[in-house]
Design a protein around this ligand. Structure first.
Ligand SMILES: O=C(O)C(=O)C[C@]1(C(=O)O)C=C[C@@H](O)C=C1
Length: 256
């Protein structure tokens, strides 16, 4: 991924990390469009059905856990940009270790807010953009859910890189607030309202462009595969606030 800071070898600066966030918007919008192909398929999320023999949680929980296990063996979580949803009991990587550049403070590894992201995705976001119904495509639907979850998680935890850059550019501003453990002041200092407004507009536009029906004539149907307003709502209510939460958590540990 040429857009990721830890692979690029480019200088780490606010522009390069924001470029990565912009590129990740494409992945998030596309993954939501893919999930919207399936109806809600709520049996997938029901813990009480016992669909997997010997497993007491939902089918989606089973699929995500098992998929993460195989991805862990292939080294996915050696990358500091990746955070598992079920970190407990993951198998070690069996492939040769890639040397990721050490960009972040080591405390970054202890920040994982995926439980929060899981809850937000299934309980708040999903009901907003999928149709009612059940078409039985549980495995494909769960794979789509995992794509959405991983894209959202990567973007939100990328706040660690954003925070690192901001800290390096103005340590004299951040250090006193970190020492005082002043969360509110840190939050204020790292917030750029004008940038947030642009992000909201851009993701809505991406949803419009990527989700329109493409025909060979000039007639656009005006139907979108995902409602652009839902995408900007997702960013305003969850993606940006959670990214900022990761930034604050990272900064609070930055001088440890
Ligand atoms: O671009 C930044 O400076 C960020 O911190 C990222 C981000 C975002 O989540 O998009 C979060 C906080 C800022 O207020 C603006 C944007």
């Amino acid at each position: 991924d040429s857009n990721s800071v830890s692979h690029s070898g480019n200088a780490l600066n606010l522009e390069s990390v924001r470029d990565s966030l912009i590129r990740q918007e494409d992945t998030i919008v596309f993954s939501l469009i893919e999930r919207a192909r399936y109806p809600v398929n709520s049996r997938l999320y029901n813990q009480t059905l016992g669909l997997v023999p010997g497993f007491s949680r939902s089918l989606v929980h089973f699929i995500v856990k098992e998929t993460e296990a195989i991805q862990a063996k292939a080294g996915r979580y050696e990358n500091p940009e990746e955070n598992p949803f079920f970190p407990n009991g993951l198998p070690p990587s069996v492939v040769p270790t890639h040397k990721y550049p050490q960009v972040l403070h080591p405390a970054a590894a202890s920040i994982n807010i995926n439980e929060h992201i899981w809850d937000m995705y299934f309980n708040q976001l999903l009901p907003l953009f999928v149709a009612e119904g059940d078409d039985g495509n549980y495995a494909s639907t769960a794979a789509s859910d995992l794509n959405c979850l991983q894209a959202l998680s990567r973007r939100i935890h990328y706040g660690k890189y954003v925070a690192e850059v901001k800290f390096r550019e103005a340590p004299q501003d951040y250090e006193p607030l970190i020492r005082a453990k002043d969360r509110d002041a840190l939050m204020n200092l790292l917030t750029f309202k004008n940038v947030e407004e642009m992000v909201k507009k851009r993701v809505a536009k991406k949803a419009t462009v990527f989700g329109q029906e493409v025909t060979l004539g000039n007639n656009s149907s005006g139907n979108y595969k995902i409602d652009p307003l839902i995408v900007s709502h997702l960013y305003a209510e969850w993606v940006m606030p959670l990214t900022k939460l990761v930034e604050v958590e990272y900064l609070l540990r930055r001088l440890d």
